[in-house]
Unconditional design. Structure first.
Ligand code: IPM
Ligand code: MG
Length: 354
């Protein structure tokens, strides 16, 4: 079980070592042979190889079974021309080149964090949603262009493209997941306006015939944004295209109190990628303040989805739950009467519980 470790930028350099240490603890406890290799992405890669996603890193990715990524994005890299910025030159090509079309983002509201939610406890209690975000199509990857028009104005174009086969493969995965959960699937689109959404909806309806046991409903994205706040426990599995999924999962993450709790798995190719859904948070980087839980929970997803190690995965999830129950909180989750801890201490507490 070969794991490539890409800490990336900002808080990635603090939270990833905690998740690696957690994996090593689990490996000892369950006698697993996990091997770790370090690789460079974004700023470190640019400084060493002149590109945020060098061939050397891609090669390492292809030689591993799973990748643990921290986050990319830094003020320094923002000064570079857009072709070299890590979001567009490293993260997106990494997802595309590894064929990681299915991005799973589980939204779980922990009982002990009910008070950290910006919404009323009775609204968010028991929320358990699994998002399937399409990750290698849509606006992120369609042709882009910028041109100066005859009247002297400047025009920018992003193109929203989907093939039915790209829709089929993610929707099928979402139906399968719904079947193994509470058997409800919500497909989110904007079929009242967008042609790609019309194709999305037709494709979903065709696949639904193979899943008569799953209750399907279609929801417009604007309505979904509202429903997520009004009545989030109506959702079980949600499937949607790339950009809608990006936006809705950030919104949904806060139901549970913090984006710092949201892990993700990107699947579909031979190698899978595990990363927290949050960014590199340069404002708190290097201050021992970042919540390592999203990355640690991403490591649990790695054990589950890449290595089919359900019990070790649950051991991590239970340890996270236990530490929260005992009242330990990183600053993003801090509430009255709780014990505030930093990144390193939080990692250590989780390892002790394992
Ligand atoms: C995410 C992030 C990325 C995305 C950014 C960093 C390009 O927001 O993984 O959700 O938009 O996909
Ligand atoms: Mg995002």
């Amino acid at each position: 079980m070969k794991i490539l470790v890409l800490p990336g930028d900002g808080i990635g350099r603090e939270i990833v070592p905690e998740a690696v240490a957690v994996l090593k603890t689990v490996a000892r406890k369950f006698n697993l042979e996990l091997s770790f290799t370090d690789g460079l992405i974004s700023e470190d890669a640019y400084e060493n190889y002149g590109h945020p996603l060098p061939e050397q890193t891609l090669e390492l990715c292809k030689q591993s079974h799973a990748i643990l990524l921290g986050a990319v994005g830094s003020p320094k890299m923002d000064q570079l021309p857009v072709e070299l910025r890590p979001e567009r030159a490293a993260l997106l090509p990494l997802r595309k080149k590894l064929h990681l079309f299915a991005n799973l983002r589980p939204i779980k509201v922990y009982e002990t964090l009910l008070d950290s939610s910006p919404l009323k406890p009775e609204v968010v209690k028991g929320v358990d949603i699994l998002f399937f975000r399409e990750l290698t199509g849509g606006l992120y990857f369609g042709p882009k262009q910028r041109e100066v028009l005859a009247d002297g104005s400047t025009q920018a174009i992003d193109t929203l493209v989907y093939k039915n086969i790209e829709i089929q493969r993610i929707v099928t995965q979402a139906f399968e997941a719904a079947r193994s959960r509470r058997k409800k699937l919500t497909s989110v689109d904007k079929a009242n306006v967008l042609e790609s959404s019309l194709l999305w909806r037709e494709t979903v309806n065709a696949i639904a015939k193979d899943y008569p046991d799953v209750e399907l409903n279609h929801m417009y994205v604007d309505n979904c944004a509202m429903q997520l706040v009004r009545y989030p426990s109506q959702f079980d599995v949600v499937v949607t295209e790339n950009m809608f999924g990006d936006i809705l999962t950030d919104q949904a993450s806060t139901l549970g109190g913090s984006l710092g709790m949201l892990p993700s798995a990107s699947l579909g190719g031979e190698v899978a990628l595990y990363e927290p859904a949050h960014g590199s948070a340069p404002d708190i980087a290097g201050k021992d303040m970042a919540n390592p839980m999203a990355t640690i929970l991403s490591a649990a997803m790695m054990l589950r989805y890449s290595f089919h190690l359900e019990e070790p995965a649950q051991a991590i999830e239970k340890a996270v739950n236990a530490v929260l129950n005992e009242g330990y909180r990183t600053p993003d989750l801090m509430a009255p009467n709780m014990t505030k801890v930093g990144t390193v201490e939080m990692g250590k507490l989780i390892r002790e519980r394992i």
